[in-house]
Design a binder for this molecule. Sequence first.
Ligand SMILES: Nc1ncnc2c1ncn2[C@@H]1O[C@H](COP(=O)(O)OP(=O)(O)OP(=O)(O)O)[C@@H](O)[C@H]1O
Length: 802
Amino acid sequence: MSKVTDLNGEDSICMAPVDMDLTSVQQTDTPTCAEQQTMRVYLRVRPFSKEELSDNEDQDCVVIENSQTVTLNAPKGSATMKSSEKGIGMSLHKFSFSKIFGPEMTQAELFEDTVKSQMFDFLEGKNALIFSYGVTNAGKTFTIQGTPKEPGILPRVLDATFHYIEGHQYDGMDVKPFLRNGAQYLDPEQVKQERSVKAAIFASVKEECDPVRASSGSETLASSVATLSSSTSVNSQTVLATNPTDSSSSQFALWVAFFEIYNECVYDLLQPTLYTKPKKRASLRVCDDGAGNAYVKDLRWINIHNLGEAFKLLQFGNKNRSAAATKMNQSSSRSHSIFTMKLLRIDEDSVKGISEFSLCDLAGSERCNKTKTFGERLKEAGNINNSLLILGKCITALRNNQTDRMKSSYIPFRESKLTKLFQTFFCGKGRASMIVNINQCASTYDETLHVMKFSAVAKQVVQVIPDKPLESLSACVVGRDGKPLVRNGVIDSEALESFLSEEELLDDEDEADTSVLPQSGLVNMIENLKTKLLAERRKNLVQEMEIRKEMGDAMLQQLMESEELRTREIEELKESYQEKLENTFEMYKDAIKEHAYQSAMNNLEDDYVPLDEFTAEQEKVEALRRKVSELENVASRTRGGSPAVPAVDQWCQTQPSKATEDTVKVDTGDDRFKRLHREKCAIERMCEDKQELILSLEKRLMELSGTLQKVRDGFLEKSADLEVLQKKSDDQAKSMQDLVQQNVEKDREIASLKAELVKLSQESLVQAKTKRGLLANIREAVTSPRKTPGRTLRKTSKTVNH
Ligand SMILES: Nc1ncnc2c1ncn2[C@@H]1O[C@H](COP(=O)(O)OP(=O)(O)OP(=O)(O)O)[C@@H](O)[C@H]1O
């Protein structure tokens, strides 16, 4: 496993001033110690094109003060100038760089002063990264790749590398880069496959460069190689100085890969199929090798032996790049392209060291509004800006963590594919340097200023450079059984296969590569982690149980409370309904009593005779009786010894005709007697009638009481039913709505009962009326000569008085 140097460690901190708008910062790039230094940030200023000059783009926006300081003057109309006019910000900004390359500087000069030191690192077994950053059309691709006549950094690094390994090249293709820092032995079949893939790529490049079609491709290759050959003298002088001696048995194999990150997807630019089916490209995964190093899984690595082959691959890959025209640059590249070289040092058939050199041509850092991008281009711009934004965040976080030792802010390397792959360089496993490309155009001033500010932050990032060659840091690979997966510097395929098959159980989502390469101590670490994991799980389980118990108790409590509340509500409802029923019952009972009383009173009213009148009448009758007996006595005395006169009643019954005849003879006292007798009979009958009426009323009252009793019984029955229903509803814990429904039903029943009661009352009324009718008939029958008995009685009384 490669050593990870802690950037936050005390001995690795290099305090640098934090100032975005550096006015007079003159930083020296001489490393303060062998192991750490600030990131090297170079500035390259592109010359104006003819079109730009004719468009009046030259407004002295960029003024190079000296080899390390540049001043930016905001042109009229730029957002920066407008802001400064409003008092926000400044119109003049100064920045310092490791070195500034003006428009007149050549590609060779740039290479000499910037890349060469990193190239030596690479040749000596260390990792290196160079990335170009800037707005679109600023000269990034020109700097990295260059033109056939002016080759950029990449062809020069390749050229220098081939010069370095000249005569020491490893011809066999059977050792190949694997994962991020490893190597893998290939069997003859795999070697065959490698050769055929390489041949297929070269064949397609050959077709493109068909001389019959007079393509510029062949010229491109030829002129590039020729240009570099002419400059070889410079390179070879320096390279040969460090060339491995002929006596050394070391051999070198150079493998290259070319890929791009487009819309956050990684595409292999050396896939032969890409040429014909650009839309069906398969994206590759960025995985972790288990030691914290990200790598592109299934990326195609091609073993190359000379500069010509390298150019062919570069040309092939460039064809596959997602190039689309934007308003600012007709051939603007919309993706981050990364060309990676891996140099394997093989000694006596074993890999002694692997080093990596990546050159990254970032996509333009322009903002959407400036480039007038739409649709797919807008999405591209978003993704480009996003990955660059995250790169900026990472660099800022790194700088902040290093500046403030107390701080340890999160560095979002994993938030973009680009930063995932760059992470290893920022974490001490190689040296990264940045070339900032700018143009001097007034129209892109604001974007250029943004780039400069970003670079000012990047320049303060401290890098820890490993002083040991990479072989000493190379991963120690062991399998599950503890046996090393790497033998003599190369990976044992069989052991690795079995290891991978077990490790593939890892979560795929996490992008964790199953091919973890543990060191010998890693097994112990895993055991420790397992123990920790178990303890953690146990703790979690206990916590979960506690939480569940708490939740259960709370829920139970809640249930009980709601149950109690519902019971209380039901009780209240029951009571209220019972009260209502009782009230209703009392009301109807009163109504019936009232009705019965009223009926009785109505009946009595018609036949009512005040007591004093009745007594007076009785006395009159008595007086009349006495008079009758007196008269009878007088009559018997008058007849002189004649048999006694029969009683009036008897006489009236037995001697009607005789009485009628005698009427003429007897005096007026007889007539009065008869009349009184009749009246007496009438009164007696009336008394009997009243007696009967009283009896019938009593009977009716009895009947009504019976009916009331029945109603009460019915009500009690219904109440009992209601209680049963309510109990049922309690038992079944029905919802309140159901209960209300039931109560509604009960209401209906009560209503029907009420209706029944009303009906019964009506019936009793009818019966009473019928009775009254019957009484009237009887009365009429008694007082047949007269029409109204009451009045007759009174008239009679009056007559008696007279
Ligand atoms: N130093 C230079 N000298 C001469 N010409 C240059 C220089 N730098 C860039 N150019 C020219 O400027 C143009 C734009 O450059 P280039 O394509 O490299 O820009 P870029 O930043 O890579 O753009 P993009 O981000 O869109 O890919 C090209 O025609 C290139 O040849």
